[in-house]
Ligand binder design. Sequence first.
Ligand code: ZN
Ligand code: ZN
Length: 266
Amino acid sequence: MTLSITHLGSGSGGNATLIATDETKILLDCGFSGKQIEKRLELLELSPKELDAILISHHHIDHARGAPIIQKRWGTKIWANFETCARLGMDPVNECHLFEPLTRIDVGGDLSILPVSVNHDRADNVGFIASHRGERAAVVTDLGSWNDELVRHMAECVHISIEANYDSKRLWNGPYPERLKQRIAGRGGHLSNRQTADLLSNVVGDHTRSIVLSHLSAQNNAPHLAESEVLMEIDEVFTGDISISTQEGPEFAHYLGQAESEKIAI
Ligand SMILES: [Zn+2]
Ligand SMILES: [Zn+2]
């Protein structure tokens, strides 16, 4: 088996992504309750005790909620950077394995993860690049802007999961208070569909087999808006599968290098 990427769910109500190889199973983010994580893993015939590690991108509750309880109950290793660990109230010596940006973490014999810093809402957030036998997948959410470093790493990936948080028109015409709108749209907020399309146009090529758009705002976005805005930008170069990860899940899995996603039978 190659590496698989399965979103257990994505959005402001919780985010968690299972990365699995023959030897290693990890979660990138653990933003659902312990019970929900257990339930969603069970749909994949997995138990939390089979997880080798959980890596947390940043301390926001929709990315970290279930991590402490899963650790307590199952003894699962938690990896995070120092600030995330501290802001989650976890002991950086005894309860967290600390990582540094751009320093590769070997989480199993056949899987390594590179955290890449991204700008987000006074959090020390990172995107993750997973490598398995020379092939790579990116899982990146919660960023208001991007830099060359991120582009360089994402451009090497055959699978990309990236947030498409809001449709600009819906956000600015919507009911959120002005200050919140500005925070979401700012350089440290979230990516609009337009920005996601721009970022993807810099990193997608013939080699890209699959894309998942994630963390869509229920209030300020809709799957068809995100997908059409992105496809308009990359249609000429991208021939693979594009899917949307919603708050429900898991709904599908991608296997590195395969263009088609596989539906999860529920
Ligand atoms: Zn966040
Ligand atoms: Zn988030």
